[in-house]
Design a protein around this ligand. Structure first.
Ligand code: PMP
Ligand code: GLN
Length: 387
C-alpha cells in the first residue's frame, strides 16, 4: 500500500526522542537522551492537582484556560520581566509549549512564507512549519569560544521578502546557549527592520546557570507588539508529562492562536491548569533550588564526560550538554548514538537530527543531566569504557 501520509509530513518519521527512549527501554540502558527529570515536582503542587481532581474540576475548562492560571501567568510575566498582559485577552493556555508553538506557527504562517529558525532546532519546529505549509530558513549556531552562537550577518542574510516569522528558543535546546542581551538585540533589530513576528520558546526560562540572565525578547524595544511568547509547566516544575503551556501576546495574535487551537485540542486538562496556577504563585523558591541543583548536575556530568574522553560545551541553561565525539575517534554522532546502548548501556541523542545542515552537527551528541547524581555517575562510569 502507498504511504497514506500527506506529502508535507513525509520524512518526519518517528521523533528521535521516541526512538532513543525505546532503545533505552529495550536495552535496559541509562537514558540520558530524552530530557525528563527522574524526580518529581514540588509536593504541594502535586497535591493541588489531586485536590483539583477530588473536588470535581473534571469537566471541560474554558477553551482559553482557567482564569486562575491566566491570571497567574500574567502576574509571572509582570513580576519577572515587567511585561503587562491582560489575562482575559492576551494569555492563552495550550497543551504544553509544543501546542503553543504549533498553534502560533499554524495561525500566523502558511504557504509562501518563510520562518527563520536557529539550527540545531528543537524537532517540533521543522514539523510544525511543514504542517503549516511554510518553509524553514535555518541560521546555524556554531561553537565560538566554548559556546554556540550565531553570526548576525548570517541572520540578516537569511531574511528575504517572504520571511514572515522567526522562532527564537533561549535558553536553547539542544545547544545550551542563553542568548545574551546583545544577541537578543540583534534578533530584535532584524524583526523591527523587516516587520517579522517573533515566536519565542522560553520553556527553560528559569533553568539558567552561572548567573546567565534569560532575556525575554518581548521586553526589547518595539518587540512586545510583535512577539508571541511561549512557555510551559514541564521544565520549570519538573512535570514534563503534564503538557500544560501558555502563550502571551497582543490580543490580535492571541485571537489567531485561539482560532487554530480551539480546533486542535479545544482545551487543556483542568487539574493540571489549577495546579500550575498554584505553583506559579507559590513554588518559585522550589524552582530556584531546582536551578541550583541542575547547575551542579551539569558540572557533574561534564566532569564525567571529560573523564570519558569527550570534549564538552558548558551550557548556560537547559538540561543538556553537547559533547564532541571526535577525541574518542568517532565521527558520526548518529552511528555512535545508535551503538552506545549496546556498547556501554547509555543512551544519548545525536545532535545532527536537529539540523538542515547535518554536517554542522555530525560530531556532536547531546546528553541530559536532569537525573539523580548516582545515575549521572553510573553513566559516566560506563562511558569511560568507550576509551
Ligand atoms: N521547546 C523546547 C526547546 C523543549 O525542549 C521542549 C521539551 N520540553 C518543548 C518545547 C516542549 O515543551 P512541552 O512539553 O511543554 O510541550
Ligand atoms: N524536550 C525533550 C528533549 O529535548 C523531549 C520532548 C519530547 O520527547 N518531545 O529531550
Amino acid at each position: 500500500m502507498a504511504d497514506p501520509l500527506v506529502p508535507r509530513m513525509q520524512g518526519f518519521g518517528t521523533t528521535i526522542f521516541a526512538e532513543m527512549s525505546a532503545l533505552a527501554v529495550a536495552t535496559g540502558s541509562i537514558n540520558l537522551g530524552q530530557g525528563f527529570p527522574d524526580t518529581d515536582g514540588p509536593p504541594a503542587m502535586l497535591d493541588a492537582a489531586v485536590e483539583a481532581i477530588r473536588s470535581g474540576g473534571n469537566q471541560y475548562p474554558p477553551g482559553p484556560g482557567v482564569p486562575e492560571l491566566r491570571e497567574a501567568v500574567a502576574a509571572q510575566r509582570l513580576d519577572r520581566y515587567g511585561l503587562e498582559y491582560d489575562p482575559a485577552t492576551e494569555v492563552y493556555v495550550t497543551v504544553g509549549a509544543t501546542e503553543g508553538i504549533s498553534a502560533a506557527v499554524l495561525a500566523l504562517t502558511g504557504p509562501g512564507d518563510e520562518v527563520i529558525v536557529f539550527e540545531p532546532y528543537y524537532d517540533s519546529y521543522a514539523a510544525t512549519i511543514a504542517l503549516a505549509g511554510a518553509e524553514r530558513r535555518p541560521v546555524t549556531l556554531r561553537p565560538v569560544e566554548g559556546r554556540f552562537t550565531f553570526d548576525p550577518d548570517e541572520l540578516r542574510a537569511a531574511v528575504g521578502p517572504r520571511t514572515r516569522a522567526i522562532l527564537v528558543n533561549s535558553p536553547h535546546n539542544p545547544a545550551g546557549t542563553v542568548f545574551t542581551r546583545a544577541e537578543m538585540e540583534a534578533i530584535a533589530a532584524v524583526c523591527r527592520e523587516h516587520d517579522l513576528i517573533a515566536i519565542t520558546d522560553e520553556v527553560y526560562e528559569y533553568l539558567t546557570f552561572d548567573g546567565a540572565e534569560h532575556i525575554a525578547l518581548a521586553t526589547l524595544e518595539g518587540m512586545r507588539e510583535r512577539t508571541v511568547s511561549v512557555s510551559s509547566t514541564g521544565k520549570t516544575f519538573s512535570v514534563t508529562g503534564w503538557k500544560t503551556g501558555w502563550v502571551t501576546a497582543p490580543a490580535e495574535y492571541v485571537r489567531a492562536v485561539q482560532t487554530v487551537k480551539q480546533f486542535t485540542t479545544y482545551a487543556v486538562g483542568g487539574p493540571w491548569q489549577r495546579a500550575t496556577a498554584y505553583a506559579l504563585r507559590n513554588e518559585l523558591p522550589w524552582v530556584e533550588d531546582l536551578r541550583a541543583s541542575l547547575e551542579s548536575k551539569r558540572d557533574r556530568l561534564i566532569t564525567g564526560l571529560e573523564a570519558a574522553g569527550f570534549t564538552t560545551y558548558r551550557p548556560q541553561g537547559t538540561y543538556f550538554v553537547q559533547a564532541d565525539i571526535r577525541p574518542l575517534g568517532f565521527t558520526d554522532g548518529m552511528e555512535l548514538a545508535r551503538a552506545l546502548p549496546e556498547k556501554v548501556g547509555v543512551v544519548a541523542v545525536p545532535t545532527q537530527v536537529f539540523y538542515d545542515h547535518a554536517e554542522a552537527g555530525a560530531h556532536f551528541v547531546r546528553f541530559a543531566f536532569c537525573k539523580k547524581d548516582e545515575v549521572i555517575d553510573e553513566a559516566a562510569e560506563r562511558l569511560r569504557r568507550l576509551g
